[in-house]
Design a protein around this ligand. Structure first.
Ligand code: FA5
Length: 345
């Protein structure tokens, strides 16, 4: 300690204060504390000096040292706060996050295109008052065929090669057996349902045909239901999904469970009806089999065909999706290659 400190405590204290004011970081603050306020610092040394002074000087000198010590302690506490704030600012600047930077993309899952397509179809029909109706994948032969007017030796069964689970049970080959379930639930009242779901056929897998695929069936039964309702419902659906100027056409066809039976086509969405490879230059794409529910089927469902009539339609979701997107191989839907699936997010 300097002799000057003993002589002029106040001058020492104001120099120490000036030094303290210049302190800008934690390290310098600690060094300052060690030099002035710690047990080995100047204030302690000054206190130790008190005993060596003549008795009359001890009290006034002690009082001056105490005043200096208190001033330095208070100043130290204030500067400590300043330094903490400075350190914090520095840390914030060092670890600064630029919130305007774009974030790194997180890999997320997505719906399978067929699931998304079915949900979209459901949304449109639900809005038209069609309730979604679930029916089993494993069916009695009776419901999958017989009650739909296809008795055991009926030639139409050949069109739907079947996985038999037992003598009398099958994996459903189409969603039409759901018609019987729905009718039996609602008869004799009116009903309006769609039945989306997976179907199974024991088929040779080719670019056009899979052993499993999805259909969405529609069924509406009531006293005033007519073929024109079928056209109206399918047209409304086509316009919501494929564009407000869409057109549809119905062509005569055959299904054992509808009479008359039709195929419903929409204007080719790729060429707008001009004719292209996808629509085979016809300008039209087939989207559904349909018709008026056969009176026998209505009866099997619990209705009196002299009182009510029904319209029904069934569309193959993968095939329709393929037509719309120009996909040439149905097997892509089941291989789960993300390069394929991500195109339809
Ligand atoms: C039926 O299954 C009828 N139940 C549709 C129906 C319902 C008609 C209500 C009348 C009233 P079809 O066998 O044509 O019809 O099959 C309907 C659609 O399912 C086909 O147009 C096709 O899009 C799709 N489909 C059929 N077999 C396969 C398959 N192996 N792979 C992919 N899609 C298929």
């Amino acid at each position: 300690m300097s002799a000057e400190a003993t002589q002029d405590v106040e001058a020492y204290a104001s120099r120490a204060l000036a030094e303290l004011e210049a302190v800008r970081d934690q390290k310098a603050l600690e060094a300052w504390y060690r030099a002035h306020l710690s047990p080995s610092g100047t204030i302690t040394t000054l206190r130790k000096r008190i005993g060596s002074l003549p008795p009359e000087e001890r009290k006034p000198f002690g009082a001056r040292v105490n005043t200096a010590a208190n001033t330095l302690k208070d100043a130290f506490e204030r500067q400590k706060q300043v330094v903490e704030n400075l350190e914090l600012e520095r840390a914030i600047r060092r670890e600064a996050v630029d919130v305007t930077l774009p974030s790194r993309p997180l890999p997320t899952g997505g719906l399978h295109p067929i699931t998304a397509a079915i949900r979209e179809i459901e949304r449109v029909f639900n809005a038209m008052g069609f309730e979604t109706f679930e029916s089993p994948h494993a069916e009695l032969d009776e419901l999958n065929f017989e009650l739909l007017n296809m008795p055991p030796a009926h030639p139409a069964r050949d069109m739907q090669d079947t996985f038999y689970i037992s003598e009398c049970a099958v994996l459903r080959t189409h969603t039409s057996p759901g018609q019987i379930h729905a009718m039996r639930k609602y008869a004799p009242g009116p009903l309006r349902v769609i039945l989306p779901g997976r179907c199974y056929r024991h088929e040779q897998v080719t670019p056009r045909s899979e052993m499993q695929f999805h259909q969405v069936e529609g069924l509406m039964v009531g006293p005033r239901v007519r073929l024109s309702d079928l056209k109206g419902v399918l047209l409304a659906f086509a316009r919501q999904v494929f564009g407000k100027n869409q057109q549809i056409r119905l062509r005569g066809s055959y299904f054992p469970f509808t009479e008359p039976s039709v195929e419903a086509d929409i204007r080719c969405t790729l060429c707008g009806g001009e004719g292209c490879r996808v629509c085979k230059h016809t300008g039209w794409l087939e989207i559904a089999g349909a018709g008026l529910v056969h009176p026998t089927v209505l009866r099997n469902g619990g209705y009196d065909p002299s009182v009510v009539r029904g319209i029904a339609f069934g569309m193959g979701v993968e095939r329709a999706f393929m037509l719309l997107h120009g996909i040439t191989d149905i097997r892509h839907f089941f291989q789960n290659d993300l390069r394929f699936l991500r195109q339809f997010r």
